[in-house]
Design a protein around this ligand. Structure first.
Ligand code: GDP
Ligand code: MG
Length: 596
């Protein structure tokens, strides 16, 4: 066990986490140069484009250190966004140490801090690493001073490297061996294995990532998931190399995988403890939470023919995404679709993009909403996360909505703008303190509904990227909620209805009408767009009728241009929904979602 080091790399986005991981893999002779593909660890396209890791991948590196001994370095990868902070914290809790990677030209940024706090909460040993020292704009000495003064970390332990050129990376691996503690744990005790991730393999079912905290697990063992008592038999276990490498057993201190006939990833829960059926550990490992869906939206295929494809695509995504939930839904305007639950708005966007890109299904999403509680006159309580099921207003005694406690880290100079943002979003009970000079930790209680749209983007832009944000659900509080309907030529478009606080309804209604006016193409007749609460119209826009033939401007031009234009229109038509006699493009539905 003293030859093992378990660690994660934590960093602000783009500071070089994936590049460094790849360089380490290459240095440990895991791949030939020909095989070497940049950024081995981030496999999905969307992750690459957005620079975020959604599914983490772990790798076990054999490293011959300067003392001549070969060590096993387990690099546990973590997702990089607030929607996934619980997953990050479970991954970190399977490690003894973390590399805090900082860009030599950028210095400390928002997520550097948020991630540092998560690592500290998990009692990890931290090695600060200054990356990109090859850049002409690099200021490693300045960043080193920041690390010592602002973060209060030991200057002696700071490492400098370039993940790009490989300079300093071998020294960094030696520093990991020298500075991080080996895992503790007793292989003879009852089994305690922490589940920190799960991935779906089409041939083998769920592959569970585990850190063995105590005990030893072998192929053939009867195991139990402590959160739900489910029992399985270990079919195969082993360690993560570039491919999975089977072993006879995994013992305390080790990181590896278990395959045990678990059908879907949803049957495993990150943070859960696995133990033996016949010799269980007395209590599960601390820190387990059930994942909670907090954002709900309905997904409809643009073409009703795609409904079956959408159903099977969701099934497939679900295999690898335990946090996604869905059930059948239908709309008068849009036909059949699915009501889906997500961890947050980023999670929603990722699912939407994967459905469109990987499964080639064009979608319309309804306005995302949270789950409200309706206390009715007849003393019953109903939970509603879909505007369609808004109860008859006469039957409602009161309504409650979920609140979060937001924790925001910012440089002091942004205090004013952040305070204003929180007030605009109905924030209450704001508090702040200085965790270090010049830095503010600001906490505030906010309705979740005010956060799910664009709060994070807003925070980022008003703090020039320096604001970091994290949240937890706290309770439900009374809410003055209304249902805002949109009418196109007098016909209500159910998919555009939204639930909103009364004080925000007019603004939302105006915005929605404006957006629709911009996005709905003019047609042969006049189109009225209205927003209403109950029967009362609160906003209105009109799209005037079209007069000219759209192809007229090509008149006399070459025929291929004309054909192209017609094809483009046909293509556009595919992405339209007809409501009554009005064609509404997909873009218009999406535009209504965007609040800015
Ligand atoms: P991540 O978001 O933390 O995973 O960052 P990536 O590894 O994707 O790197 C972000 C960008 O920085 C990419 O364009 C990398 O090529 C570049 N990069 C990473 N490390 C270095 C480095 O040491 N030097 C230079 N010049 N560029 C780097
Ligand atoms: Mg990355």
């Amino acid at each position: 066990m003293d030859k093992i080091r378990n660690f994660s790399i934590i960093a602000h986005i783009d500071h070089g986490k994936s590049t460094l991981a790849d360089r380490m893999i290459q240095l440990c002779d895991m791949v030939t140069d020909r095989e070497f593909k940049d950024q081995l660890l981030d496999s999905m396209d969307i992750e690459r484009e957005r620079g975020i890791t959604i599914k983490s991948q772990t790798i076990c590196l054999p490293f011959q250190a300067e003392d001549g001994t070969t060590y096993t370095l387990n690099l546990v990868d973590t997702p990089g966004h607030v929607d996934f902070s619980y997953e990050v914290s479970r991954a970190l809790s399977s490690c003894e140490g973390a590399l805090l990677l900082i860009d030599a030209a950028q210095g400390i940024e928002a997520q550097t801090l948020a991630n540092l706090y998560l690592a500290m909460e998990n009692n990890l040993e931290i090695i600060p690493v200054i990356n990109k020292i090859d850049l002409p704009a690099a200021e490693p000495d300045k960043v080193a001073a920041q690390i010592e003064e602002d973060l209060g970390l030991d200057g002696e332990t700071i490492q400098r490297c370039s993940a790009k050129t490989g300079q300093g990376v071998r020294e960094l691996l030696n520093a990991i061996v020298r500075l991080l503690p080996p895992p503790l744990g007793d292989p003879t005790k009852p089994l305690e294995a922490l589940i920190f991730d799960a991935n779906y393999d089409p041939y083998r079912g769920t592959v569970i990532s585990v850190r063995i905290v105590n005990g030893t697990v072998k192929t053939g063992d009867q195991i139990v998931f402590m959160s739900n008592g489910a029992e399985y038999r270990v079919e195969e276990l082993g360690i993560f190399r570039l491919r999975r490498e089977p072993r006879q057993q995994l013992a305390a201190g080790e990181v590896g995988y278990i395959i045990a006939g678990v059908k879907t990833v949803s049957d495993t829960r990150p943070g859960d403890t696995i133990t033996h059926k016949d010799r269980p550990c007395p209590t599960p490992l601390p820190g387990f939470k059930e994942v909670q869906q907090v954002v709900f939206s309905s997904l409809y295929p643009i073409s009703t023919d795609d409904y079956e494809d959408l159903a099977s695509a969701l099934e497939k995504l679900k295999l690898n995404d335990a946090a996604l939930t869905f059930q059948k839904d239908s709309s008068a305007a849009l036909g059949f679709g699915f009501r889906c639950g997500f961890l947050g708005l980023l999670h929603l966007e990722v699912v939407q993009e994967r459905l469109e890109r990987e499964f080639d299904i064009s979608l319309i999403l309804t306005v995302p909403t949270v789950k409200y509680k309706f206390y009715l006159q007849n003393k019953t309580v109903v939970e509603v996360d879909n505007p369609t099921y808004f109860p008859d207003p006469g039957s409602i005694a009161r309504i409650e909505e979920p609140y979060i406690k937001a924790t925001i880290h910012i440089p002091e100079r942004y205090m004013g703008v952040v305070m204003t943002l929180c007030m605009e979003r109905r924030g209450e009970n704001t508090k702040y303190h200085y965790p270090m000079p010049g830095r503010i930790e600001f906490t505030c209680e906010l309705p979740l509904a005010e956060v799910i749209y664009d709060f994070y983007d807003k925070l980022k832009s008003i703090t020039q990227g320096y604001g970091s944000f994290d949240y937890e659900l706290i309770d439900y509080r009374p809410s003055d909620l209304v249902k805002l309907d949109i009418l196109v030529n007098g016909e209500q478009v159910d998919a555009l209805s939204q639930l909103t606080h009364r004080t925000k309804a007019r603004e939302r209604g105006l915005k929605a009408c404006e957006r629709l006016k911009e996005e709905i193409p003019r047609q042969m007749f006049k189109i009225a767009i209205q927003a209403a609460i109950g029967g009362n119209i609160i906003a209105r826009e009109t799209i005037s009728a079209l007069r000219k033939d759209v192809t007229a401007k090509c008149y006399g031009g070459d025929i291929s241009r004309k054909r192209k234009l017609l094809e483009k229109q046909k293509e556009g038509k595919k992405r339209m929904k007809t409501v009554g006699n009005v064609d509404i493009p997909q873009r218009a539905f999406l535009a209504v979602l965007k609040s800015e």
